[in-house]
Design a protein around this ligand. Sequence first.
Ligand code: ZN
Length: 118
Amino acid sequence: MGGKRQTVPAEFAVQGEVMIRTARVKMRRTRSRDYMKKWRANPKHRELERERRDRDYVLKKQRRARRLLLRPYTRVDGRPQCGFCGQGRPVEIVERLRISETADDEFVKVLIPYCGHC
Ligand SMILES: [Zn+2]
């Protein structure tokens, strides 16, 4: 009874797993999208979402402004950041002139961390 079981070559087995995983992710995304579509169809829910978004955006902006005031030229995690592009890790500190806010001097020297690329 029953024939000899065929073993699946390892590379095909891996391909199968990947395909199953991809299909599952796709299904989950479709389901989530449909759910959120239905959820947003309710005007009350849309209003809730808008309120939350507005509130969170303001909070985020305030947090960011406060952080930059206390520790300028830092990323969210506290690592130093280029003072010009805000992307790279600074490798040197450069001197720039800024227009003075008091009338004593026309310009003041400011030191700004610079990544060397931008
Ligand atoms: Zn830079």
